[in-house]
Ligand binder design. Structure first.
Ligand code: ADP
Length: 193
């Protein structure tokens, strides 16, 4: 049974994903798998080349900084890129989930925006106060406050994510991550297929 794991930047999704892996669950890391798919899926590659020109790949490697630069100022280009990548990742998640036994999770900051929640039995949302998310992300990425705030603003609002989730976990440091992971496991185990 596939569950979604989402939350804003710095909420602690990746840490909780690791905690769930430690409890024996399989977790699909959308960020790294999307990178792999853009690099290795020939159908995706040819569409990305059509969008940006074939120079966007150097051998097997996609010039990710150039892509980020190009889509940063151009919302329609970004949407067209998402229209190529999101369905390919969703397809891959679906195949992957079929191969898993027991509970499995797909971790994505943009689970709703990408439509991937439709593949999930239920969605777990990780939350934390904005200021804590900002400080965690600045420390993790060595990024400026402005850069982190800009990334936060580009995401769906926390209220929007919470409204569309079936289970909300507050990762504000008041409870250990292991305990939060057990709560998530119990919620998922109680969900009927
Ligand atoms: P996300 O994947 O949601 O962007 P991460 O899981 O990478 O967030 O967490 C951001 C940073 O904050 C990481 O360095 C992580 O180790 C740290 N962090 C997250 N939650 C906690 C917590 N409960 N206690 C201590 N550090 C935390």
């Amino acid at each position: 049974m596939l569950f979604g794991l989402t939350g804003g930047i710095g909420s602690g999704k990746s840490l909780i994903a690791q905690g769930l892996r430690n409890l024996g669950c399989a977790v699909y890391d959308t960020d790294s798998e999307a990178r792999r798919i853009m690099q290795t899926n020939p159908c995706v590659r040819s569409q990305v080349e059509l969008l940006f020109g074939s120079d966007i790949y150097c051998g097997d490697r996609l010039d990710r900084p150039a892509v980020a630069q190009l889509v940063f100022h151009d919302a329609s280009l970004r949407e067209r890129l998402n229209g190529i990548v999101h369905p390919a990742v969703a397809f891959d998640v679906e195949q992957w989930a079929k191969e898993q036994q027991g509970l499995c999770f797909v971790e994505s900051a943009i689970l709703f925006e990408s439509g991937m929640e439709r593949l999930c039995r239920a969605v777990v949302c990780i939350t934390a106060p904005d200021e804590l998310c900002i400080r965690r992300t600045m420390q993790r990425d060595g990024a400026s406050r402005e850069a982190v705030e800009a990334r936060m603003l580009s995401q769906m609002s926390e209220a929007g994510r919470i409204a569309r989730s079936q289970f909300v976990v507050c990762n504000d440091g008041s409870r250990a991550v292991d305990a939060l992971c057990l709560d998530i496991l119990h919620f998922c185990q109680a969900c009927k297929p």
